[in-house]
Design a protein around this ligand. Structure first.
Ligand code: ATP
Ligand code: MG
Length: 439
């Protein structure tokens, strides 16, 4: 008795996941797989290739790439020192910097431009709320090595096509141009003058950034600063001829393709690496976290992280936000159901039955096998109950009589007929297709 008590006391406390980092469980995971399949298919049609970079990168990559005076680098990064060798490392808060590092490191542009896409988890230490998590997922597209406005437009058309394929309607495109570094310099001076004039209205972040990175102030989420941000000088008014021509070329292609956009002169994005075209896709349906995708041109980033200079442009979408929108207004995503459920009345039938199941699966049939408790397979009644709950369209019954005559019984579970057929164990390929749903 005393021993039992001790055992109870020693029961390990239940561990839970890290705050702001979520498990994706079935049936929801079906929607994730559905989205990923749609994206892979679409990317193939635009001739984009998959790239996979590590989740951990040197901290310096993000400090140099994203900019020291940004929300991400100042407040949101999971950075740590590798205990074993003292390296400064960071869980990637976004993937563009990693892609650029990989492209430079492996000299991927040696034979011309590259169109790439990725999917995966990102990490930012933010306050968790609807649409904002500490581990979240992005799908991104990056085009490197091309300077023309046509790839900016291609990327926007690609995202726009994705919304359509996901059945999303309430998504709006916002567009701006950040010009080139000399134009930014002139605008920066005007910005500082403007904000200095209204210094009393600046919050702490803005005061700190006033001289180090005043453009960041335009990206504030503080509603109290809305007015001075609204009245700030617009970068668009500082653009020279070449920048305007680039911007107009993007717009012309979008217009020809019937993609509506709204010019948002306050749109600056959260990282320092952007120039020329920047854009966001936003929705009214998700509350405060309404930006589902953002991107733009980043012609100086490769050089910034030590690579050979090359122009580039890309975007990233937030998977959780997009899926939330799919749930609300997109296609209904059906949970996958097996074609068949294998009912196995007696464990002695397992070796033969499982051999047949392997053949069926090799032939493309999806089969869920009944699994016992360790003390037997359970009654026929309980097995059929499980078959029913699985959603399978057929039951395969491996009874003693069937096996004695080298057969299996196929019973229809969903069409109301309850029809039964006897099928030979030999020559599975002759009848396997009859189990499959006609998708
Ligand atoms: P926000 O302004 O909402 O903080 P952001 O400008 O920081 O977004 P980006 O770095 O441009 O976001 O990332 C692209 C997309 O990734 C965003 O539009 C959003 O959909 C998604 N995203 C960014 N941060 C998070 C997060 N913490 N949780 C969930 N999704 C996120
Ligand atoms: Mg953010």
């Amino acid at each position: 008795m005393a021993e039992a008590k001790n055992l109870a006391a020693a029961k390990p406390a239940r561990l839970t996941g890290v705050k702001g980092m979520n498990d994706v469980l079935p049936p929801d995971s079906a929607r994730w797989e559905w989205l990923e399949a749609k994206v892979r298919d679409l990317m193939a049609r635009y001739a984009y290739r998959n790239i996979r970079t590590p989740i951990v990168e040197p901290t310096a990559l993000f400090v140099r790439g994203l900019g020291e005076v940004t929300d991400i680098v100042e407040k949101e990064m999971y950075s740590f020192e590798d205990r074993l060798n003292g390296e400064q490392l960071t869980l990637r808060p976004e993937c563009t910097a990693g892609v650029v590092r990989a492209v430079a490191e492996h000299n991927l542009l040696y034979e011309g431009g590259k169109r790439l896409y990725y999917m995966g988890p990102m990490f930012r230490h933010e306050r968790p709320q609807r649409g904002r998590y500490r581990q979240f997922h992005q799908i991104g597209a990056e085009v490197l090595g091309f300077a023309g406005a046509e790839v900016d437009a291609e990327l926007i058309l690609l995202a726009d096509a994705l919304w359509r394929e996901l059945g999303l309607s309430d998504v709006r495109l916002e567009l701006n141009s950040l010009g080139q570094p000399p134009e930014r310099q002139a605008h920066r001076a005007a910005l500082i003058t403007h904000f200095e004039r209204h210094a009393d209205q600046l919050d702490e972040d803005a005061r700190r950034r006033l001289h180090s990175n005043p453009l960041r102030i335009l990206d504030t989420k503080n509603p109290a600063m809305k007015e001075i941000v609204e009245s700030a000088p617009r970068l668009l008014d500082f653009l020279g001829e070449a920048s305007l021509a680039h911007f107009n070329a993007v717009k012309a292609i979008l217009e020809a393709n019937g993609v509506a956009y709204r010019i948002n002169p306050r749109l600056v994005r959260g990282m320092d690496y952007y120039n020329l075209t920047v854009f966001e896709f936003v929705t009214e349906s998700l509350g405060a976290q309404g930006t589902i995708c953002g991107g733009g041109r980043y012609d100086y980033l490769i050089e910034q992280v030590g690579g050979k200079p090359a122009p580039a442009v890309g975007w990233a979408l937030g998977v959780e936000r997009v899926l939330e929108l799919v749930k609300e207004q997109g296609e209904a995503v059906a949970e996958p159901v097996p074609d068949a459920y294998a009912v196995i009345p007696d464990a002695s039938a397992l070796p033969l039955a499982m051999q047949l199941l392997q053949q069926l699966r090799a032939a493309g049939v999806s089969v869920q096998m009944h699994a016992g408790s360790g003390e037997g397979m359970g009654s026929m009644k309980s097995q059929f109950k499980k078959a029913d709950a699985s959603g399978a369209r057929h039951a395969l019954v491996f009874g003693a009589d069937e096996l004695a005559s080298q057969c299996v019984t196929v019973k229809a579970l969903r069409d109301g007929s309850g029809a039964q057929q006897t099928r030979p164990l030999a020559g599975v390929s002759e009848w396997a297709h009859s189990l499959q749903s006609k998708a």
